[in-house]
Design a binder for this molecule. Structure first.
Ligand code: NAP
Length: 481
């Protein structure tokens, strides 16, 4: 990801009536009842992975009772037409849970392609614990885009009930949240909204903004500063490095690398290319951090930078305690830290999942663990349209962002008075969207979010939006498979 050169205050008070990029609420459809059992013969034979043995056994029994051949397996074989994965029901390590479902789905896909049209069903339960969420709906949406001959769906149960699984199976249900009483709901995306018409009173005074010194989170934070005049502690891994002596300021990494190489040559130094690249990136990161701090101050806020890697839980706890001792209790949280590790699901590694879930989900867990969540008044999580629609190459990213969406919902339901928003952003004109990604989106007819518009959407919705609207989609709708 290239450094993003222009995190400046962007939005004027003279606003047009609507947004350039549509903003919609992501919610659930009206509840529908699962119809009674229908013919299951087209789905057989069925394999159930045995990660959750008791459930797998009860499910096999229920299917056999309905007259269908069903077998419990350690991993999918080539024999089945339908594979039901139970790994998502396991408790314990969150990344491992997502990885084991992805790995089993990939195995199933490799086998099932030999038998023509086939189905993989990922089971999960809706966690009541804020920090124990499962994002398999994002996986299913992504795999439907990547795989033509196998349809993957995700059923999220309040409590997984074998009889309900059988009824859902026999009715060919797509992705759904299924309640105890057998009613189900699907994801529903509302109409484009107008900006809020009233300003809310009582904003947070001290905000922690992960990833807030760089990229699109910086852009949004500057606008937040303009609206609130609050104190912002920006956290990121990069050092606030000084600009190298004797080198002209630039935001272009190629220009900077060339200038650094020339300087080294003139000084008779030999610097290897990767080191040169590292020096250039460090300088650009330092420059971007400095520009964001200055822009927040110019916008009327107070800004501090903390070099902090969210993957270091102990460091997060220690630094958050230190921040609160110095600047006061943190009551606003913006979580924008995130990285990509794009590649097709069949090529994903456990390491890719660690890379993507690390800052986004585990990092958020650490931050929430370090804060007094009960006093939070505002939480904004930077999620992605990849969660809502799935995206080729982004199985891990779609799952991680789906977890963020659920965490926002859980926090909103558990912390009285909290405004929690998960912004499912489409691609921005900036941040991690480089020229290659922008081209890929353009080819799909998906426009980029203008930075000024995105910052306005963010501040409007977080500060003044309807607290009942938790998951927001910003940007164009993507195709759904
Ligand atoms: N740009 C878009 O179009 C878009 C679309 C949808 C969603 N989003 C989401 O919006 C957020 C910001 O994206 P962006 O485009 O602005 O990306 P970006 O320019 O790459 O910025 C990512 C930020 O995350 C920080 N970060 C990454 N890993 C970290 C870690 N382990 N600990 C602390 N900080 C960490 C980075 O700082 P350091 O490098 O200094 O650590 C940087 O500030 C991400 O969560 C992304 O998923 C962006």
């Amino acid at each position: 990801m290239e450094a993003d050169p222009s995190p400046r205050p962007l939005v004027s008070d003279n606003q047009p009536a609507g947004y350039q990029s549509a903003v919609r609420v992501i919610g659930l459809s009206a509840a529908a009842a699962l119809p009674a059992l229908a013919d299951l013969s087209g789905l057989a034979p069925i394999e159930i992975t045995g990660a959750e043995n008791a459930l797998a056994a009860a499910l096999a029994q229920a299917l056999q009772g309905a007259g269908v051949a069903a077998e419990i397996v350690d991993q999918p074989s080539g024999a089945a037409r339908t594979v039901i994965l139970t790994e998502g029901l396991q408790s314990g390590d969150l990344v491992e849970r997502h990885w084991s479902v992805l790995a089993q789905a990939c195995l199933a896909h490799t086998c099932l392609t030999h038998t023509g049209a086939a189905k993989i069903i990922c089971l999960q339960e809706t966690a009541t614990d804020v920090l124990a969420q499962t994002g398999l709906a994002g996986l299913a949406r992504t795999l439907r885009k990547e795989w033509a001959t196998v349809e993957t769906v995700c059923w999220a149960f309040e409590t997984c009930d074998p009889e309900l699984v059988v009824r859902a199976l026999s009715n060919g249900l797509g992705d759904a949240a299924i309640a105890h009483d057998g009613s189900w709901r699907a994801q529903a995306i509302g109409p484009a909204m107008l900006p809020p018409s009233v300003q809310s009173a009582g904003q947070a005074e001290v905000w922690l903004v992960t990833g807030g010194a760089r990229g699109v989170t910086a852009t949004c934070t500057i606008e937040l500063a303009r609206r609130t005049g609050a104190t912002f502690i920006l956290a990121g891994r990069s050092a606030q490095a000084a600009w190298p002596d004797g080198i002209a300021k630039t935001a272009d990494i190629k220009v900077l690398r060339a200038a650094l190489a020339q300087q080294a040559k003139a000084n008779g130094e030999k610097i290897k290319l990767p080191d040169l690249d590292g020096m250039a990136r460090q300088a650009l990161a330092g420059q971007e951090i400095g520009e964001t701090l200055a822009a927040i101050a110019a916008a009327g806020g107070t800004a501090h930078y903390a070099q902090l890697d969210l993957s270091d839980d102990a460091a997060v706890r220690a630094q958050v305690a230190d921040m609160q001792a110095r600047f006061g209790q943190i009551t606003g949280l913006v979580h924008g830290a995130g990285v990509l590790a794009d590649r097709l699901a069949l090529k994903k590694t456990r390491r890719d999942l660690d890379t993507v879930f690390g800052p986004k989900v585990l990092g958020l867990q650490s931050v929430l663990g370090a804060l007094d969540v009960s006093v939070l008044s505002h939480v904004a999580l930077f999620s992605s349209a990849s969660a809502a629609f799935g995206n080729v190459g982004q199985a891990d990213y779609a799952m991680a962002n789906t977890c963020l969406n659920q965490i926002a919902n859980r926090l909103a339901s558990q912390v009285p008075g909290l405004r929690a928003k998960a912004f499912n952003w489409g691609p921005w004109d900036g941040g991690m969207v480089d020229a290659n990604l922008a081209e890929l989106f353009a080819a799909q007819g998906i426009g980029l979010i203008d930075r000024r518009d995105g910052a306005r959407i963010f501040a409007d919705q977080l500060l003044d939006g309807d607290p009942a609207e938790i998951e927001l989609l910003a940007g164009d709708r993507w195709t759904v498979s």
